[in-house]
Write a new protein. Sequence first.
Length: 558
Amino acid sequence: MSQLAMVNTTIKRPLVNYHKSVWGDYFLSYTPQLTEISSQEKLEHEELKEKVRQMLVETPDNSIQKLVLIDTIQRLGVGYHFENEIKISIQNIFDESEQSKNEDDFDDLYVVALRFRLVRQQRHYMSPDVFKKFTNHDGKFKETLTKDVLGLLSLYEAAHVRVHNEDILEEALTFTTTHLESMGPKLDNSFKAQVSEALIQPIYTNVPRVASRKYIHIYENIESHDDLLLKFAKLDFHIVQKLHQRELCELTRWWNDLDPLNNFPYARDKLVECYYWATGVYYEPQYRRARRTLTKLVAIITVTDDLYDAYATYDELVPFTDAVERCDIGAMDSISSYMRPLYQVFLDYFDEMEEESTINGKLDYVYYAKIETNRWTKSYLKEVEWLNGGKIPKCEEYKRNATLTIAIPMLVVTCLIVMEEFVAKETFQWILNDSLVLPASSLINRLKDDIIGHEHEQQREHGASFVECYMKEYGASKQDAYAEIWKEIANAWKDINTEYLRATQVPTIVLEPAVNLARLVEILQGDDFTNSKYNLKDVISMLFVDSVMNHDHSCVGV
């Protein structure tokens, strides 16, 4: 029986008119046979990897060539193969720059900015004073730099790793953005692609897998490109893409077994988009299990969001929220019959997590996942209460609750439980309670989501977003509210950058999931996730369908 037939028909509910899944059963065609990597490809991949490693080791650390090589390897998406070599090289480059502080070691803006960004990305604090030599006495950047496209581009990218109170980098961002935008039409094709991509999404705030797929094409059209590096990057992307296709096939089967059309008729059908989210957090081959678990969780979040978001009544949601807190099959009878399939998915999900966490010694940590899940559903219920009471909360009260509804803490906790590496309990508790990264990522996600969805949400019976809260509390216009959102997002990125440089005792891999979740929402254009027929469809095709081994030109500017 359809779950719609089990809904109380006396209750007036909104019409659900989400478009059908863009992908349907498309990925079921990627069978294990079709996605198999040939022994020839494996052998060639191994040989190319060792040659690239040799290049890395043999290029002197104090050379411009080394900086360019590291940057290229990272941007092509193959840096994960050489983490140790890159770490050692950047440490040496940083140590040398610290010793030669008073010397004019590099006068080239491109090189100085590239070194600054690479060193900071590796979590070493380098002072922005290295850029003073490129400014006048009034602190403004020299006009002569406007002819140096590569230098401007490099400085623009470097400005995105800034922390609070770095005025010279704020100035750098304004200066480079203005000049790069104005010179766009005059550039040759190779530079034009690089500049337009950077202005759409800087390297640091881009989703790594999306950025590398686009950069492979850009790099191919740079005359001075290294054939060996390009060949390795393409083959590596191809091999990992095959793995992703196989995983999508398995997850599509899992999703179909849940019969979403009948069991969740009130919700968006977004399995492939959920998998894209998971690869945005972890795309590397070794994180297969983490991707699978995250995809399931994002699917659960999407369905639950649609349940609370104006479909179920408050009286139905109270026992459902309590049932999620109990996380027990005995709570099944207390909830409306049409909600039971979703509740069963919750139970199965936690059973699977407990089973796997027993094997890798993290069973104790599942407790934290349950706590975050409970806080998350309660925050949804709070929104429903506000909506029912016609309440528009104050901005701070709204943010406290809304940074939970966005589910980032729950996602990050899950990441740390299911990733291969072991995380100490102290570190686990630190990221949940004391880190700046988690609240900053939550705020970026929440506010970006609010600004994207503001027009869309106003057409539905939905609770207030930050935009309404700000307008009411401060008597401000919509434009003022948007300006405040962009300011808060910029500050949240500075919080993330501060934590990266400060919390050096915490492994990067613990901080990365929260940062990648912020990057995922940064690259959305409009309400991409819900209306995924357009931009997001192209991104998904680029990552999981189109072969990088072909000379296609479709991936730039999607």
